[in-house]
Design a protein around this ligand. Structure first.
Ligand code: GLU
Length: 428
């Protein structure tokens, strides 16, 4: 979502330019990688329940496929913009490269608000988007997945439309499908769990025991919910969770000094992660303004909602106590805030490393779907842990050796890998 003059694509390009300079990339590689390879903008006419016809706008941006088919989610968001999708597509390229899976980067979006759409209308948007884009995606070309406000059900509708068009089963088209319909066990948990695998490794480096730490989380959607679950299983305490309330279009922070209870909060949450504040008050939560999550005296901050949340204006409110920031969301920190975090020496786990668990598990799902042979959940999560941990260790070793900020180290590894693939193919 773009607010005010914030342009996430300019931010993604600025991050890229900084590392291109560090790596001394040649001009052609810079030109190729700082823009998407391809992008599509489509109109999706939908017959609404009230008999009217509404035209929705959809996007798909394929940033780079030198290392393998493009990969990335599709978002349903009322403030979606092409620049947000471009930035997110570019971040997907770096994300797949940093965990070293053989995929490129893409992202999709439709400007719509599922809160105000019936299930039938949402199904029509899914099918309409596929009809527009079917020729340009595919199991060996570009593989979509769930993202902000899209679910396994949306993925299945999209797959069904695609298979209807092509007249054959092609389950490798899309990931994040329901289990039993080509989905992988562990995919729902994967992004949130992946965040915590990296937090666990960061705490090891800082010689902190998880059970001695406290965290504050922004968001209560799929990523946040499973991050909280695993962190609590490791013995950590979450004292504050903040989320958006659709009804009054504001966000709130829900605090319990002794620790929030994930299941209790879930019982008063709608399917988009909006918490009913009156019910939360009844359950003994303090209900604070949305921004309060960032000011808590905790060891770990986990922004796990959307982009542009830790900014030049609020970065100064981060407590002296904070030692780790784990970016569960894509692009939550603006460049101004990032500078302050780096100067303060907070251990940052950058978004495209921290939240790479989702796409890593999507890769496992693709492998399983294409072979039509499915693994046990323990096997999926075990492999996920191994992938995330080795990616984390590679980045933090580079950061330590070269005295580099974690975000820069992650970029050096991924941009280096993608640029190499482009050179190896003879593109640049
Ligand atoms: N939407 C997720 C992300 O931003 C997952 C993408 C995927 O599984 O392809 O990483």
């Amino acid at each position: 979502m773009s607010t005010g003059s914030f342009n996430p694509f300019e931010m993604a390009q600025a991050q890229f330019d900084k590392i291109a300079e560090k790596l001394d990339l040649d001009q052609a590689a810079r030109e190729l990688l700082r823009e998407p390879l391809r992008e599509y903008s489509t109109a999706i006419p939908i017959h609404m329940d009230d008999g009217s016809v509404k035209v929705f706008r959809g996007f798909r941006v394929q940033h780079n496929d030198a290392r393998g088919p493009c990969k990335g989610g599709i978002r349903f968001h009322p403030q979606e913009t092409i620049n947000t999708v471009r930035a997110l597509a570019m971040w997907m390229t770096w994300k797949c490269a940093v965990v070293d899976i053989p995929l490129g980067g893409a992202k999709g979006g439709v400007i719509c608000d599922p809160h105000n759409l019936s299930l039938r209308e949402q199904e029509q948007i899914c099918r309409g988007w596929i009809r527009q884009i079917a020729r340009d995606i595919g199991p060996y070309r570009d593989v979509p997945a769930p993202d902000v406000m899209t679910s396994a059900q949306h993925m299945l509708w999209m797959l069904d439309e695609y298979e209807t068009i092509y007249g054959e089963k092609k389950t490798g088209l899309i990931t994040g499908k329901p289990v039993g319909m080509g989905g992988s066990l562990g995919r729902t948990e994967a992004t949130g769990y992946g965040v915590i695998y990296t937090v666990r490794e960061a705490l090891k480096e800082l010689e902190l025991r998880p059970e001695m730490t406290r965290a504050s989380v922004q968001g209560f959607g799929n990523v946040a919910q499973y991050a909280i679950q695993l962190y609590q299983q490791m013995g950590g305490t979450v004292v504050c969770v903040s989320c958006w309330d659709q009804e009054d279009q504001k966000s709130y922070s829900f605090k319990k000094e002794g620790g929030v209870d994930r299941d209790e909060l879930l019982s008063v949450t709608d399917r988009f992660g909006g918490i009913d504040k009156n019910k939360a008050l009844d359950l003994g939560y303090e209900v604070l303004p949305g921004e309060a999550w960032i000011e808590q005296d905790v060891d770990i901050l986990i922004p796990a909602a959307i982009e542009n949340q830790i900014t030049g204006e609020n970065v100064g409110n981060i407590s002296e106590k904070v030692k780790v920031i784990a970016e569960g969301a894509n692009g939550p920190t603006t460049p101004q805030a990032d500078k302050v975090i780096e100067e303060r020496g907070i251990f940052l786990i950058p978004d495209f490393l921290c939240n790479a668990g989702g796409v890593t598990c999507s890769y496992f799902e693709q492998v399983q779907s294409n072979l039509n042979y499915f693994w046990e959940k323990d096997e999926v999560l075990g492999r996920l842990d191994t992938k995330m941990t080795s990616a984390f260790v590679a980045v933090s070793e580079l950061a330590r050796k070269q005295k580099m900020y974690m975000r820069d180290a992650a970029y050096v590894i991924s941009i280096g890998r993608v640029a190499q693939a482009c050179r190896d193919r003879g593109w640049v």
